[in-house]
Write a new protein. Structure first.
Length: 193
């Protein structure tokens, strides 16, 4: 836990859900897992892996440190053969995502949107606003050899592959100080692509 982003992740509480044998790829059962970690002071990233491979990364953006609000932090999730869902609470803010894998559609809040089959990054803005979170873009980012598992290294190089993603993180916006802890997210790692 020497990486500052990792220390910050553990400090705010890591939410991970796994659904064993949720999908069948070929004849091998594959598990689906989702983990939500800070990507920047304004963005949380929900990373969905199927069979160990990145399927979808959802970037939830709000005001700086929206996810550090006072109150309970918890989450739940689940799924089956063709769908996966999560609901996470950060103080008085709740984020909900449902992913219909068979139809390739996501539901954020109450809005369901089909996404292109090759999309692997969703940009969601408006977290913790009166209108609520809404999908602003669906992107395909060729990950090449970059890491998409925060447990084995920084997500910064993957996030830096797309100028739209890097801009969405709003790394230039200074977050209000919270104690003497490390910065939150991967902004310092974006230049290491």
């Amino acid at each position: 836990m020497g990486n500052p982003a990792t220390r910050a992740t553990w400090a705010i509480g890591l939410l991970t859900f796994a659904v064993a044998t949720a999908h069948v790829l070929g004849s091998q059962p594959a598990s689906t897992s989702a983990t939500t970690v800070p990507a920047s002071p304004s963005v949380m990233a929900t990373i969905i892996h199927i069979g160990g491979a990145l399927r979808l990364m959802v970037l939830w953006r709000g005001e700086p440190r929206w996810y550090l609000g006072r109150g309970p932090r918890h989450g739940t999730g689940g799924g089956g053969d063709t769908s996966f869902w999560i609901s996470e609470q950060y103080g008085d803010v709740t984020i909900d995502l449902s992913f219909d894998i068979a139809r390739n559609a996501v539901t954020i809040g109450h809005a369901t949107t089909p996404i292109p089959t090759d999309s692997n990054v969703l940009l969601v803005d408006g977290v913790a606003t009166p209108d609520g979170p809404h999908l602003v873009a669906s992107l395909t980012v060729d990950r090449g050899s970059t890491n998409t598992d925060f447990r084995i290294g920084s997500l910064g190089p993957f996030l830096a592959l797309s100028p739209e993603v890097a801009a969405f993180l709003r790394c230039e916006v200074a977050a209000p100080p919270v104690g003497a802890g490390p910065g939150l997210g991967y902004c310092n790692d974006l230049a290491t692509k």
